[in-house]
Design a protein around this ligand. Structure first.
Ligand code: GDP
Ligand code: 5AD
Length: 605
């Protein structure tokens, strides 16, 4: 383990008070009494030094490792790039588990010594203890009421075992670095699908799981055409029943309208882009949906804060794309890709299977955050064709540069071991679409998968930016600060108000308490640019997600917000639109549809 002495010439981190509080609570090293024994700066140096240290195994000198560590330190302490939480918590420490996302297989046996229900339950506990989130497909479990030959009993079905995993998560969550989080998936052609769709209608149930239904293309076709589809036995794939596709789709839509769950996972779309189909197919995703993964697959994430690449001092009559510092963005994307590739080598994986697959395919998840900030700084409304087009443009650039960086790494470190038959591999052997065409052009990459968009729930607080590609949640809200309520206003909004001469403390307080900016003092174009999640028509949420998906290797974590009065038809239209636009999944949230809403605007916050 690395001796975490902080070089005296390193600058302090730029962090808000809120960020320092979150770090002290959960991220910094603590003594036996729970008192932090490192500063945020020591934490970032511990991470930077540990991850840069992986270069030594490729022959880098000590001086080169030190120089790289300083570059990583600068990225993280200035909020330009942050790795996912487990890397911040565990790098350079005994646990050493650095990844946020795992998928574990669940076989139809109580125990087979490897991936039976209780074997995987134990693996889940180990992953949670280390700060990772887990996803499972329960589709291979025989349905409720099916027979159990060895005992002459009857099976209790996938939902009952998901509840077992949920209860175990609840128990383990006290002891880990952070509480467990899960994704539960069932294929729409599983005989227990009705029971699964309804299992979270009571929002006090299965609270440690997000759930999604894996929808096949065949099912979506049946929904469009009207008619039935087959239910299949998980034991042998034989047809054991039929359901009316629209009826099942309506149940999914109803649940989503009522509680936000289930979400949907368009499993065939995800598998079309599986980079290594010779090693298995995708059955499930991580808890927030941005990573479809194979069995025993893992992904370490990191996100670039794109809002930081707007040149604020550029003349505002320049076209928006000329106000983005593309050269600096390229430099950061290359460094971030290098960082995430190193994480694979620095990582201590909780299971041998996971270690082996990670080193065979070298999957990484480079994402972005601060998207809403970037749009605001360029004066582009989120809900506009210009906004969506800019999303496509920025993500295409990041995706391409991340691939360039991965190619450069491969020149010295080699391509990932499973490259040959992968979708990136040489002509003769590479994986192809059913019609024989290549899924991706041949490229000699170090990593089978490069890009994603994570929610960045905590790391966006450290970077001081908006989360993932979500719109602003609020322009201002009242924050409880040491016992008194203070308005917390978006800094770009304050800056513009001051520049344009309509700033007043009274206005800021009114905006924070009322929860909107539709006041006469606020110019109309500013009202259009500072749109928040709830002002944006659901269709724009999905159009933005789809634009990013075009240039993202894995998937995107995104919530499409609906007003409270939205109907089930509104939700159905969005689920269909997301499928038609080639999204890999969709999640919705209707305002007020869950009893405990973590974030809310206006007077209730
Ligand atoms: P951040 O790095 O903490 O900001 O995490 P994100 O909000 O970007 O989430 C990324 C991934 O981390 C999710 O998809 C999950 O796989 C995992 N994750 C997020 N929050 C939790 C949590 O509270 N507990 C656990 N165990 N995993 C989480
Ligand atoms: N499928 C995919 N993502 C989900 N999330 C919640 N439930 C699901 C689901 N069933 C995501 C939200 C948000 C993040 C915190 O978790 O969309 O992006």
């Amino acid at each position: 383990l690395f001796d975490d002495h902080l070089p005296s010439d390193l600058p302090e981190a730029t962090l808000s008070d809120n960020a320092r509080i979150v770090l002290a609570k959960r991220y910094l090293k603590k003594d036996e009494d729970g008192q932090p024994i490192e500063e945020p700066e020591t934490m970032f140096w511990r991470v930077a030094r540990t991850i840069a240290g992986a270069d030594a195994r490729y022959g880098a000198s000590e001086a080169a490792v030190d120089e790289l560590a300083r570059q990583f330190y600068a990225l993280m302490t200035t909020g330009v790039f942050e790795p996912n939480s487990p890397t911040l918590m565990n790098a350079g420490r005994p646990l050493g588990q650095l990844s946020a996302c795992f998928v574990l297989p669940v076989d139809d046996a109580l125990s087979n010594g490897r991936s039976g229900i209780y074997d995987t339950l134990k693996a889940m506990a180990l992953v949670h203890q280390s700060g990772g989130g887990t996803g499972f497909s329960f589709s291979r479990l025989r349905p409720e009421g099916d027979n159990v030959r060895s005992t002459m009993g009857v099976a209790s079905g996938p939902v009952s075992f998901m509840k077992l995993y949920d209860a175990s998560t609840e128990v383990v969550k006290q002891g880990g670095t952070r509480r467990g989080a899960n994704m539960g998936i069932l294929r729409v052609d599983h005989p227990d699908i009705r029971n699964f769709i309804a299992c979270k209608n009571d929002t006090s149930q299965v609270t440690n799981f997000n759930i999604s239904v894996a929808l096949t293309d065949e099912f979506m076709k049946a929904v469009k055409a009207g008619g039935s589809y087959d239910l299949l036995s998980p034991r042998n794939g034989s047809v054991v029943g039929q359901e009316d596709a629209r009826q099942i789709f309506d149940l999914i839509v109803h649940g989503a309208w009522k509680t936000g769950e289930p979400g949907t996972f368009f499993i065939d779309r995800a598998n079309e882009y599986n980079p290594v189909p010779s090693l298995g197919s995708y059955e499930a995703t991580n808890p927030c949906g941005e990573q479809p993964l194979l069995a025993y697959d893992v992904c370490n994430l990191g996100s670039v804060n794109v809002g930081r690449f707007v040149k604020l001092d550029a003349p505002s009559d320049l076209p928006p794309e000329d106000r983005i510092d593309w050269d600096e963005l390229r430099r950061v994307v290359h460094l971030a890709t290098h960082f995430l590739d190193n994480v694979i080598d620095a990582n201590r994986y909780p299971l041998a299977e996971i270690h082996n697959l990670a080193h065979t395919i070298r999957r990484i998840g480079l994402g972005i955050m601060g998207w809403a900030d970037l749009l605001v700084r360029l004066g582009i409304p989120y809900s506009s064709h210009e906004g969506v087009e800019m999303g496509r443009r920025v993500m295409r650039f990041i995706n391409e540069e991340s691939r360039n960086a991965s190619e450069r790494l491969a020149e010295t470190r080699g391509v990932f071991p499973a490259w040959g038959p992968s979708i990136w591999g040489p002509d003769a052997t590479c994986a192809r679409r059913a019609d024989g065409s290549r899924v991706r052009p041949m490229r000699a990459l170090r990593n089978c998968n490069l890009t994603t968009v994570a929610p960045t729930g905590t790391i966006s607080i450290f970077a001081g930016c908006s989360g993932g590609i979500e719109p602003l949640f609020a322009v201002a809200f009242m924050r409880n600060q040491a016992g008194s309520l203070m308005p917390d206003v978006n800094p770009d909004f304050v800056r513009i108000a001051q520049e344009q001469g309509w700033y007043s403390e009274e206005l800021m307080e009114r905006i924070a308490t009322e929860g909107h900016i539709h006041f006469d003092e606020v110019p109309e174009d500013i009202q259009r640019v500072f749109v928040t999640a709830h002002d944006i028509a659901p269709e724009w949420h999905v159009r933005m997600q789809a634009a990013f998906q075009e240039h993202v290797d894995s998937a995107i974590s995104k919530t499409t917000n609906f007003p409270n009065e939205a109907t089930e038809d509104d939700v159905r239209a969005i689920y269909e639109l997301a499928f038609d636009l080639d999204c890999k999944g969709v999640t919705v949230y209707r305002d007020g549809s869950r009893p405990m809403q973590v974030l809310s605007t206006g007077k209730t916050s």
